[in-house]
Design a protein around this ligand. Structure first.
Ligand SMILES: [Fe+2]
Ligand SMILES: [Fe+2]
Length: 143
């Protein structure tokens, strides 16, 4: 599917809004989690934040470099006080993010933007690691 620069920039801004959403979500989940495993859950969500911030940094820099204006708005944040729901929300978000980056790789490739394509592929590696780690936590969650 051919892509225009305008479509790519619109997509990258959606991706940036989703990374802002991830930073806020993981920060607040780390604060809201409860129960005997609170410290473990808190440390897990906190440990994801630096990756998402680095993705936001890359996207904001790239949007500017391509002549666009970075968004100031995160996607809507869904809160819960239930630990399991936190992981389910995070799992959905990571899966959707991987799909969006795969689409963005195709757009970057169609426009001949090789460095962007490679960087997006690296971000797919990070998000897949996040997703698989969350999957393994949910797998043996008995309650
Ligand atoms: Fe991310
Ligand atoms: Fe992630």
């Amino acid at each position: 599917m051919a892509a225009t620069m305008e479509e790519l920039l619109e997509g990258l801004n959606h991706d940036l809004a989703a990374e802002f959403q991830a930073v806020i979500t993981y920060r607040l989940f780390a604060s809201l989690c409860t129960g005997p495993w609170r410290q473990e859950v808190r440390a897990f969500f906190e440990s994801e934040i630096p990756d998402e911030l680095e993705h936001a940094r890359f996207l904001a820099d790239k949007i500017v470099a391509l002549g666009g204006t970075p968004t100031t708005e995160p996607l809507p944040v869904t809160l819960t006080r239930n630990n399991r729901e936190m992981f389910e929300i995070a799992h959905r978000a990571e899966s959707e993010t991987i799909e969006r980056y795969e689409e963005r790789v195709r757009q970057a490739d169609a426009l001949g933007l090789t460095a962007l394509k490679v960087q997006l592929e690296d971000m797919i590696v990070d998000e897949t690691r996040h997703k698989e780690e969350i999957e393994r936590r949910l797998l043996n969650w008995k309650e």
